[in-house]
Design a protein around this ligand. Structure first.
Ligand code: NI
Length: 174
C-alpha cells in the first residue's frame, strides 16, 4: 500500500469530469486501498479519485461508525435528494479553508461495490453531505464553489505559532 499525493485547488485536473470505471480488477482494488490509506493518513472523511490525479468515478468514504461507517462507491449516482441542511465543510484539496455549504439532508445513491454489485445507499446527515461533496469532485466541482462563507481554518483557535508549526510539519511530509 502507498499514500498518494493529493492535488490542491488551482490544479486544473480537479476541474475535469471523471470517467466511469469500466472494470473492477486487481489494479482498481489496489487503488481503492491506496486511496483509503491516503484518506486516513490525511485525517479526511472522504476522497475522490480525481483528487489524486486519477480520472475515475471512484470515491472512498469513512465518516465513522456513529455516522454510518465506511464505503467504497464506484460509479456513484445520486438519484434522489430531499430536504436541506447547512453544515461546515472542508476538503483535503483545499487544506486551509472551511466554509458553510447547503446540501440535501437525505439522499439515495446508486453505486457499484468493489465486488461488482449495484447497490442503493440511503443516507442522512453527515454521510449524505459527504457523499454529495465527493460526487461533486467527479464533476470537477469543489465545495468552495458552493460555500456561503469561507474562512481560514487557523483563524479560529490556533495561534500564529501553532500555524507555523503545522506548516513546518506539512513540509516535512512526503
Ligand atoms: Ni473534497
Amino acid at each position: 500500500m502507498a499514500t498518494l499525493k493529493i492535488l490542491t485547488a488551482g490544479d486544473p485536473f480537479l476541474r475535469k469530469i471523471a470517467q466511469p470505471v469500466e472494470r473492477i480488477d486487481k489494479k482498481l482494488l489496489r487503488l481503492i486501498k491506496d486511496m483509503q490509506e491516503t484518506m486516513y493518513e490525511a485525517d479526511g472523511v472522504g476522497l475522490a479519485a480525481p483528487q489524486i490525479g486519477i480520472s475515475k468515478r471512484l470515491v472512498v468514504i469513512d465518516v465513522g461508525e456513529e455516522n454510518g461507517g465506511s464505503f467504497v462507491l464506484i460509479n456513484p449516482e445520486i438519484i434522489k435528494k430531499e430536504g436541506s441542511v447547512v453544515s461546515g465543510e472542508g476538503c483535503l484539496s483545499v487544506p486551509d479553508f472551511e466554509g458553510d455549504v447547503e446540501r440535501a439532508e437525505y439522499i439515495e445513491c446508486e453505486f457499484t461495490s468493489p465486488n461488482g454489485k449495484r447497490l442503493l445507499l440511503q443516507a442522512h446527515g453527515l454521510l449524505a453531505v459527504c457523499i454529495q461533496h465527493e460526487c461533486d469532485h467527479l464533476e470537477g466541482i469543489l465545495f468552495i464553489d458552493k460555500a456561503q462563507s469561507l474562512s481560514r481554518k487557523e483563524a479560529k483557535d490556533d495561534t500564529i505559532e501553532k500555524f507555523a508549526a503545522k506548516q513546518k510539519h506539512k513540509r516535512g511530509r512526503k
